[in-house]
Design a protein around this ligand. Structure first.
Ligand code: OAD
Length: 247
């Protein structure tokens, strides 16, 4: 029963002061963003897992940028949904709240979350392949494809973690510290199949945190979660928030 799961989740959160939320593609599904494993995974006939790679970029940067241009165009028209809004409000509800996401879409920030640990980078940031300078770029379409660094003239790439690359060490360290400290970890809309992001859930459990899962489908986390709210996050999170507000 969803009401019962919501009530149990709210009880756990009410008693907590240190809370972490870990989100995946599912939190943006109700905004109209396709999830990774639900999207068919093809772009111009190629698996996305072969387009979003360092090798593909080295071979043909324009082709890889056209893929990201298409995604940026789609995401530019997308708005946060009630699930993002509830997570943004939790930065004020709890004494310590950390939001960790695997998403690159920027919708948590658009909803008002001020500090988002982006494990896989951001589609709205580029990084120079030469001098490694990062900059925000929200232009859709980009002024030039591929974009070039105006300091060293090298090609810029999306500041996104591609298949086969390692996560930004500072972001992962901050996320790991937060899960070690938290009393409750809320895992929203992730299949929890991709490591090391999924490993954060195991770390939290090992450190004694209670785990709440919000996902309409059963995921790899079923055995770890103390409560699983089996509903879309745009419905479930506002219900949990309503139960918290009622006291
Ligand atoms: P997935 O596509 O693997 O999983 C999405 C999850 O969201 C599934 O478990 C769905 O059941 C769930 N879901 C669908 N609709 C939902 C809704 N309305 N509310 C809540 N949950 C819903 O996406 P991720 O777990 O985010 O990595 O994938 C993780 C990583 O895999 C991505 O960040 C990406 C990919 O490889 C990189 O790009 C490095």
């Amino acid at each position: 029963m969803i009401e019962e799961q919501v009530a149990r989740a709210a009880d756990m959160l009410r008693a907590a002061s240190q809370v972490v939320a870990l989100t995946g593609a599912g939190v943006s599904a109700e905004s109209g963003v396709a999830t990774f494993r639900g999207a068919g995974g093809l772009w111009e006939g190629s698996p996305v897992s072969e387009v979003a790679t360092p090798d593909a970029f080295a071979a043909d940067p324009v082709r890889v940028w056209r893929f990201y241009e298409a995604r940026r165009r789609q995401l530019a028209g997308v708005r946060p949904n009630p699930g993002h809004l509830v997570l943004a409000s939790w930065q004020d509800r709890f004494a310590g709240f950390t939001l960790v996401t695997q998403n690159v879409d920027g919708l948590h920030q658009a909803a008002g979350s001020s500090h988002v640990l982006e494990l896989h980078g951001s589609i709205w940031r580029v990084i120079c392949t030469g001098c490694r300078r990062r900059r925000d770029d929200r232009c859709v379409p980009l002024a030039r494809v591929p974009p070039h660094c105006d300091q060293c003239a090298a090609i810029e790439r999306p500041d996104i973690v591609w298949f086969g690359e390692i996560l930004p060490a500072d972001v992962l360290a901050e996320a790991t510290a937060a899960v070690w400290r938290c009393e409750v970890l809320v895992v929203v809309g992730t299949s929890a199949l991709v490591y090391p992001a999924a490993g954060l859930v195991h770390e939290a459990a090992a450190a004694g945190a209670r785990i709440i899962e919000v996902n309409p489908e059963q995921s790899a986390l079923a055995a770890l979660a103390a409560v699983a709210v089996r509903a879309p996050s745009g419905v479930a999170l506002p219900q949990i928030e309503a139960a918290l507000s009622e006291g």
